[in-house]
Design a protein around this ligand. Sequence first.
Ligand SMILES: Cc1ncc(COP(=O)(O)O)c(C=O)c1O
Length: 387
Amino acid sequence: MDRISKAIRTQIERTGEKEHASPLFLTSSFCFDDAEEMRAAFADENDNNIYSRFSNPNVQEFVDKMCILEGAEAGYATSSGMSAVFASFMSVLKAGDHLLCCKAIFGSTHTVITKYLPKYGIEYTYVPADKPEEWGKAIRPNTKMIFLETPTNPGLDIIDLEIAGKLSKKHGLILNVDNCFATPIAQLPIKYGADLVTHSATKWIDGQGRVLGGIVLGRKDLIKDIYLFCRSTGPALSPFNAWILSKSLDTLEVRMERHAFNAYFLADHLKGHEKISWLKYPFLDTHPQYAIAKKQMINGGGIICFELKGGLEAGRRFLDNLEMLSLTANLGDTRSIASHPASTTHAKLSEAERQEVNITPGLIRISAGLEKKEDILEDILNALNKA
Ligand SMILES: Cc1ncc(COP(=O)(O)O)c(C=O)c1O
């Protein structure tokens, strides 16, 4: 059976009520018939649920479906994408280890790597996203992991997963890929040698801007360590959010196809606009890493980004003149979203610091929603003309 069909047909075993949709197990803990059964559960001698910080049927259903979609051996779901990323670092790395990371990286991940990991004695080196063939030079005897995201947020750099996979294999490193922007519908990092795949399920996986969630998938031995770390430290996904996310997975493929279709339409119509100095979309042949995107992605995803010629002020005017698109700190929703990192999420950084993380003054990120593509385009064109 195809992985999409299999994921859709995977669900919690039906109860005596013969329900069609999965029931919701909103419970903090689970009961035992006797002391022996409880002892055996705590001794890991059976698979009984004990406590929802450890496991829960709704959370397990979401994990099972994601494992099928990503082609992963195992997974552990967390309360947000950041807790998934953090858990993947803290359970695998220890003091004295070194992490290699692509320079273009989501803001909070950048904060964890540069501010918190060093507090625990974990070193890092940033390497350029567009030159993975040079990353080998930065590998040290204590390098343990390569972490990257592709496409990157917000700049849409594409990193060659085949090169990263071969490099980590050659040096015995753990390759950890944030697959949030592509989703398993468009890209399968495990096929290229990723040992771990992290997700913010808050984005395309929920796809409707309702709940926070995250997940780490991959090698069974590594997931076991991540599970043990999370079981004690507590970033568990709530059963309610898992129930929502699990249902969302059933429509992920059809949604992502339409998001990508709309995003390509926008990119194709906006490229060359007089107010824009450059525009990027992974499946537009003008993207600097178009060939890599075509090699490793099934579609180009739902995000486009462009640079306004008028810089910071033009960015603010662009946002102010949008009538339909939402101004909100999220992406991957049914409703199209515009963001201007330089005046919002990255406003507190100096110009030099923004340059460091590739946030240019006029950078606009559009998350293409499921509205009719002509309506999204019209709103963007109107705002561009006034920017
Ligand atoms: C690429 C990427 N990774 C991780 C995260 C963090 O996810 P969350 O907001 O669910 O913690 C985000 C959020 O935008 C993201 O874009």
